[in-house]
Design a protein around this ligand. Structure first.
Ligand SMILES: *[C@@H]1O[C@H](CO)[C@@H](O)[C@H](O)[C@H]1NC(C)=O
Ligand SMILES: *[C@@H]1O[C@H](CO)[C@@H](O)[C@H](O)[C@H]1NC(C)=O
Ligand SMILES: *[C@@H]1O[C@H](CO)[C@@H](O)[C@H](O)[C@H]1NC(C)=O
Ligand SMILES: *[C@@H]1O[C@H](CO)[C@@H](O)[C@H](O)[C@H]1NC(C)=O
Length: 182
């Protein structure tokens, strides 16, 4: 299903002030502070919107690329997981390709002998219509150790093309798979 919404994008605006409307336009441009219409899609709730999409992360440890969290392989062992270098404010993000209504973000955490699952000790999940309009979907404060699945349902209806997972504490961000659902 496709819907159109009218939005004002600015750093201090929140999507709670947005009203549904019908119309035409596209969000695939930077339009901070201006009124814009964008189309959003509500997908099947059982199909992950992030799988095989383009992913990025701030820093990369060895060959642990950002794409390992959207490769469709939820294996929770070290080599199948992303891994940043552990710089301050490390994040990982995925571009869903177009704006969706995002309801749930599920993470597969590390569950290997290294017990590195504890590195998920404070993360914030954000959704952005653009790369400059992040809004908080939810948080996980940990402890992550021994937790294979960390599922977050956004506080409220959220719309976005980008989903970002940001570390609050400084240590490596390691994600074995990230599933985003509408
Ligand atoms: C949204 O709709 C409500 C009810 O019609 C109205 O009171 C409110 O001003 C509208 N908000 C915006 C941002 O247009
Ligand atoms: C998702 O749900 C649809 C409709 O119920 C079904 O046809 C499809 O097989 C499901 N896909 C997966 C991956 O479970
Ligand atoms: C996990 O990663 C290793 C090393 O890259 C690879 O050989 C293996 O096939 C992956 N496991 C699965 C289940 O894909
Ligand atoms: C997380 O979500 C997945 C997919 O809906 C579900 O299969 C799994 O049981 C959930 N895990 C937890 C711990 O809630």
């Amino acid at each position: 299903m496709n819907f159109w919404r009218l939005a004002t994008l600015c750093e201090l605006c929140s999507t709670s002030a947005i009203n549904d409307t019908s119309g035409q336009g596209s969000v695939d441009e930077k339009a901070i502070g201006s009124l814009m219409r964008y189309k959003y899609f509500v997908g099947l709730s059982n199909v992950s919107l992030s799988t095989h999409k383009l992913a990025k992360q701030t820093t990369e440890f060895l060959t642990h690329s950002a794409s390992l969290a959207v490769d469709g392989n939820p294996n929770s062992v070290d080599t199948n997981c992303t891994h940043t270098a552990g710089e301050p404010n490390d994040w990982w993000m995925v571009d869903l390709g177009r704006v969706f209504q995002v309801t749930t973000v599920n993470i597969i955490n590390r569950l290997d002998e290294c017990n590195c699952g504890d590195r998920l000790d404070g993360i914030i999940y954000e959704v952005g219509i653009t790369l400059d309009s992040w809004e908080e979907c939810g948080r996980f404060d940990g402890p992550g150790i021994g937790r294979l699945e960390i599922n977050i349902t956004c506080h409220r209806a959220m719309y976005g093309r980008y989903v970002r997972i940001r570390k609050l504490n400084q240590n490596a961000l390691s994600l074995c798979e990230v599933f985003v659902y509408s």
